[in-house]
Design a protein around this ligand. Structure first.
Ligand code: ZN
Ligand code: ZN
Length: 846
């Protein structure tokens, strides 16, 4: 070994991420206070950064790693900027997989879930995420879900929770009810091959529709949300403005009466209504088919067709069928009798379940009328602004004509009105005449929360033979889930079979009562967990309003775009509901939302079935946590789809290795006097500080941040190339020190382990997480020379390096004097030379 460098080099020159990371991970776990938020009376400005909490399936996947690496980089940056950072983590711990696992492994759901949580927490700690574990929330524990029950009781008191019979989406595989949003292309969101069926059940609902308008309006006050998410929510809420108009059944009425309310967004076309059409499930249909066996059979067929289309998820494309009932309805605007049909494309859950059919001015009505030979009557014409129609232009338009820039004809007193004006007047006239009014409908439906499952929050209600539905008194909360329950996936709720749990005493009359055996949709749990983080130990209330006032709104929420609708609409609803209970003052939970892109590999989303999964533990074992995290930030910008390449991760690992080597071998004997290279290194350093700071404060292009760090390192490594690393003293000791300190400050949010290790080796004793983020000095960052493009008549002819502080006149003179430019000009007359400062000179010649 004589003569080799290692004899004088005391440190291991090889980058060993496992050794470094395990050392620091252990240290951090011994000092959990490092990552703790200060209390809410802290004088520092606060910053609440939140990543969506995972379902504890047992192992983190790469999507989690990406999500948490973004949040962790941001949290570390904000700590260094001097903020009081809240960066919590928890577990969305209720849900069906625990029950499936219980059957497969014969392990109770609670045990399975808690052991998964323990394992995933080990993984998170190994990845070095700086979470405040004192704020941990686990939604399947009674200290959390008792507050779901408490909220439910509060909502029940206010009429926001109610029970009704309804047709529900039923997954035979899950043996449970699915929310509409859990039905994807007619199949269960979990069982993508299983067709969802329709069943009729008594269900608990939360009246989210009370908040439909506010949920819609407040989207305009969320500039920190991606526009695409706001658009998805707007569409989901689906507001339509129109009018309710009561047609009247002609002839004898049955038990359902004779009033036929229809909702229309185009009341201006009502004189063109040539039929009224009922959804097959419309209550009046039963009256109309009574005593007409043939008609009943036909309606049953239509109902079956609609159900099949619903189950297939393509009710919008259903082949339209209908049947004439033999009865008529009276249009209140002109007292005209129009035939009543039952049609398979009319849905009971849109509007009132009955429509007026205006074939001339509606696509679907036109198609239906053509098919069944119904009258098509034109009542609006294109409107020509300012001028009367020229000859020939008042021809009937091509049908169906649906434009809103139109004028009424064949519409009695409303003729020649614009459609806008007609809509207004007709709604007013309907209201005055007592047969209708202006109305708004929403696509958003109330939130059905009943699930026939074991592993969820028990709904705190009782059924007494004498008193009916009785809420559990608040003092009896929590209603704790029983353990040792026999779980099967068939035959409804497993809780119904736990006699000693189900049988209870009625709090009103003292008589026997049965508990509700449905449990709550797990979206309830995730609707407010981020409030609980601010004080997870509080036992007297779900939250401490003072803590909420300090920490909310959440400054930055980060998660997958797949939660853009459900989770985020429910969370917004829950916030408004809590505000109306007087618990909190804010109306929205999240000020800024970021949705990270998906990870794909070999052209497909990572999944076990495709066989393209990359397991985080494997990558950590091979390359370390720093490299794995950093790669997920480097491969592309965080909002884009990441195409996983093992070679890319290897490249990051190589970069960290070069960082390590640079710090291990940097000369201790750098000259004290300043060196020629100093200026260049400081300039690049400050340019890098600026770039990374701007990335954090702006668009989070961490890929360019990391690329900038690589460039910065290359600059000093190049100067040290040629195998002369040890001998060649090239920058002064003070610049070397400045460079090294700042490099680690910049590296820290992306590769915290290596940054901490090298920070300590530099002899620094301060806590890197609380070290101030470096400030860039514009004077130092300024380039000495800049490149100027020279164009002649718009074509690039030359590039020049000019002093960065050159005047416009100097730049023009230098450009005109450049030899290549002179050669191209070749005596032509220069008309002018336009200077775009810092960029180009365009010479115009003739
Ligand atoms: Zn299913
Ligand atoms: Zn009772």
């Amino acid at each position: 070994m004589a003569g080799t460098k290692t004899s004088t080099e005391p440190r291991d020159e090889r980058y060993d991420p496992q050794r470094i990371e395990e050392k620091w991970s252990a240290r951090w776990q011994q000092q959990p206070e490092l990552f703790r938020a200060e209390p809410f009376n802290s004088p520092r400005p606060k910053y609440y950064v939140l990543e969506m909490l995972p379902y504890p399936s047992g192992a983190l996947h790469m999507g989690h790693v990406r999500n948490y690496s973004i949040g962790d980089a941001l949290a570390r940056y904000m700590w260094m900027k001097g903020y009081n950072v809240l960066h919590p983590m928890g577990w969305d711990a209720f849900g069906l997989p625990a029950e499936n696992a219980a059957i497969q492994n014969n392990t109770p759901p609670k045990q399975w879930t808690l052991s998964n949580i323990a394992h995933m927490k080990v993984q998170m700690n190994r990845l070095g995420f700086a979470y405040d574990w004192s704020k941990e929330v686990t939604t399947c524990l009674p200290e959390y879900y008792r507050w779901n029950q408490w909220f439910f009781l509060k909502m029940y008191e206010r009429g926001l929770a109610y029970r009704k019979k309804s047709r529900v989406n039923w997954c035979p595989e899950c043996a449970t009810v699915l929310a509409n949003e859990q039905v994807v292309d007619g199949c269960c969101w979990r069982h993508t091959q299983t067709r969802v069926e329709q069943r009729e059940l008594e269900q608990w609902f939360l009246r989210i529709t009370n908040y439909a308008q506010e949920l819609l309006d407040d989207l305009d006050r969320l500039p920190g949300w991606p526009e695409k998410v706001r658009t998805m929510q707007r569409n989901w809420i689906g507001r339509s403005e129109g009018a309710l108009v009561d047609f009247k059944l002609d002839g004898p009425a049955g038990p359902a009466g004779d009033k036929i309310p229809v909702f229309t967004t185009r009341v201006d076309t009502i004189f063109g209504a040539t039929s009224v059409q009922f959804a097959p499930e419309h209550p009046m249909v039963a009256d109309l088919v009574a005593g007409d066996h043939k008609l009943r059979v036909k309606v049953d067929e239509l109902m079956a067709e609609q159900r099949r289309a619903k189950e297939a998820g393509d009710v919008g494309d259903i082949e339209k069928h209908g049947v004439f009932t033999g009865r008529h309805a009276i249009n209140p605007f002109n007292n005209e009798k129009v035939p009543i049909w039952v049609a398979n494309y009319v849905l009971m859950d849109y509007g009132t379940g009955a429509i007026m059919s205006v074939p001339a001015h509606d696509e679907r009505d036109y198609e239906f009328a053509e098919k069944y030979g119904l009258e098509i009557r034109v009542v609006i014409l294109p409107r020509y602004e300012g001028e009367p129609p020229a000859a020939g232009q008042d021809e009937p338009p091509l049908l169906p004509f649906t434009a809103t820039n139109s004028m009424l004809i064949n519409s009695g007193p409303y003729n020649e009105l614009s459609n806008d004006e007609a809509m207004k007047r007709m709604a007013q006239d309907a209201e005055r005449g007592g047969f209708g009014k202006a109305a708004v409908t929403y696509r958003l439906k109330d939130w059905g929360i009943s699930r026939q499952r074991y592993w969820g929050t028990p709904i705190p209600m009782l059924y007494c033979d004498g008193c009916g539905i009785v809420p559990v008194p608040e003092k009896d909360l929590p209603i704790v889930l029983p353990e040792n329950v026999d779980i099967t996936l068939t035959g409804g709720s497993p809780l119904a079979r736990v006699e000693e749990w189900v049988n209870a005493k009625c709090p009103k009359c003292g008589g026997p009562a049965r508990r509700e055996t449905d449990t709550m949709d797990t979206f309830v749990d995730s609707s407010w967990y981020f409030y609980r983080y601010t004080d997870p130990a509080i036992t007297t209330a779900p939250l401490d309003p003072k803590a909420i006032a300090y920490w909310f709104e959440i400054d930055q929420y980060i998660g997958g775009v797949e939660h853009a609708i459900l989770h985020l609409i429910y969370s917004r609803f829950w916030t408004k509901m809590m505000r109306d209970l007087g618990l909190i003052a804010n109306s929205e939970p999240v000020a800024r939302l970021f949705t990270q892109g998906m990870i794909i590999k070999d052209g497909a989303k990572m999944s076990k079935s495709v066989g393209n999964l990359v397991i985080p533990d494997d990558m950590i074992a091979r390359y370390g946590a720093d490299a794995t995290r950093m790669y997920t930030l480097f491969a592309t910008s965080p909002d884009r789809e990441l195409d996983w390449q093992d070679a890319g991760l290897k490249g990051i690992s190589g970069f960290l290795s070069r960082v390590y080597r640079f710090f291990s071998t940097a000369s201790q004997e750098s000259p004290l006097e300043s060196q020629p290279i100093d200026r260049r290194i400081l300039r690049k350093l400050h340019q890098t500080i600026r770039r990374i700071t701007e990335d954090f404060d702006g668009r989070w292009h961490f890929n360019t941040s990391i690329a900038a760090l690589m460039e910065l390192l290359n600059l000093v490594l190049e100067e040290r190339s040629g195998g002369e690393i040890e001998k060649h003293a090239f920058m002064s000791a003070s610049v070397l020190r400045t460079f090294q300190r700042n490099f680690l400050l910049l590296l820290h949010p992306f590769a915290p382990y290596l940054a901490h290790e090298l920070w300590e080796r530099l002899g620094e004793t301060s806590n890197l997480l609380r070290e101030p983020w470096p400030k860039y000095d514009p004077a130092l960052a300024k380039e000495d020379e800049i490149e100027i493009v020279v164009q002649i008549n718009g074509r690039i002819r030359d590039r020049l390096l000019v002093p960065a502080d050159s005047s416009e006149e100097d730049v023009r003179r230098l450009a005109l004097a450049a030899p290549k430019v002179q050669a191209t000009l070749d005596g032509q007359q220069v008309v002018k030379a336009i200077v775009v400062p810092g960029k180009l000179v365009n010479i115009v010649v003739r």
